[in-house]
Design a protein around this ligand. Structure first.
Ligand code: DC
Length: 226
């Protein structure tokens, strides 16, 4: 098999990971893998079954019942399939964001999803974003980036996204949800959100998208020569 390259991007919610990872993947002509969407799909499935995301036994009992597939459309956009159904839109709600964060803390869930992620990186050049990509999923990634920004700026970005979709969530609520998710994602015992020692930190609080993308491209070039 040919050697494949991976750019691993981790960081808290709202740091701009998915937007930037998608743009970087486009430029490189690589696959973009949004791993948060995988956890969201599992959370959505368990929610449909009425299983609480905090119920470790219930989650462990039903995790094998969900078949999560990632498919790409003609434009290269990632779609999430749950047991043969496209749930790409359904998983993008604040409620599923919270539930995905809780569901993702269970070791059984993380274990079940590890191979799916590693397999994609084995077969394709990828830009993969999440919380534990540089630390756990792809510790050998050629490039590791840790993207962050102040909680207020991240909440402002999330708020603007929700507004653009016609959602009426208050800014204060978005900020509170984000802080709770930060807390959950960084304090769980398995694969917590953490900067890998060999990851490059990019604080995007004062950077716009083109500036951040330029910085990322420069790091990729330096690390890979590509
Ligand atoms: O990136 P996102 O907001 O779509 O992720 C949703 C949740 O999934 C996030 O709060 C924590 C979890 N997650 C994770 O534990 N590990 C990943 N690699 C990606 C997401």
């Amino acid at each position: 098999m040919e050697k494949t390259y991976a750019v691993a991007i981790d960081g808290p919610a709202g740091a701009g990971k998915s937007t930037l990872a998608r743009l970087l993947a486009q430029e490189l002509g690589w696959y973009y893998v949004d791993t948060g969407a995988i956890y969201r799909t599992v959370a959505y499935f368990l929610d449909l079954l009425g299983i609480s995301p905090k119920d470790a036994d219930g989650v462990a009992r039903y995790i094998d019942e969900v078949n999560v597939e990632i498919r790409y459309d003609d434009q290269g956009a990632q779609h999430m399939w749950m047991n043969g159904m496209d749930v790409t839109e359904e998983i993008r709600t604040p409620d599923i964001s919270q539930k995905a964060s809780l569901v993702s803390a269970h070791p059984a869930v993380r274990q079940a999803l590890l191979e799916l992620q590693r397999d994609l990186a084995k077969r394709h050049n990828v830009v993969m974003d999440g919380r534990d990509i540089g630390t756990v999923v792809l510790p050998q990634a050629a490039v590791k980036l840790f993207l962050t920004a102040s909680p207020e700026v991240r909440a402002q970005r999330r708020y603007a996204e929700l507004q653009a979709k016609g959602k009426k969530d208050a800014y204060e609520q978005v900020l509170e949800d984000l802080r709770r998710r930060d807390r959950q994602d960084t304090t769980r015992s398995v694969a917590p959100l953490r900067q890998a020692p060999d990851a490059v930190l990019l604080d995007t609080t004062e950077l716009d998208i083109p500036q951040t993308l330029a910085a990322m491209r420069a790091i990729v070039r330096e690390k890979t020569g590509l």
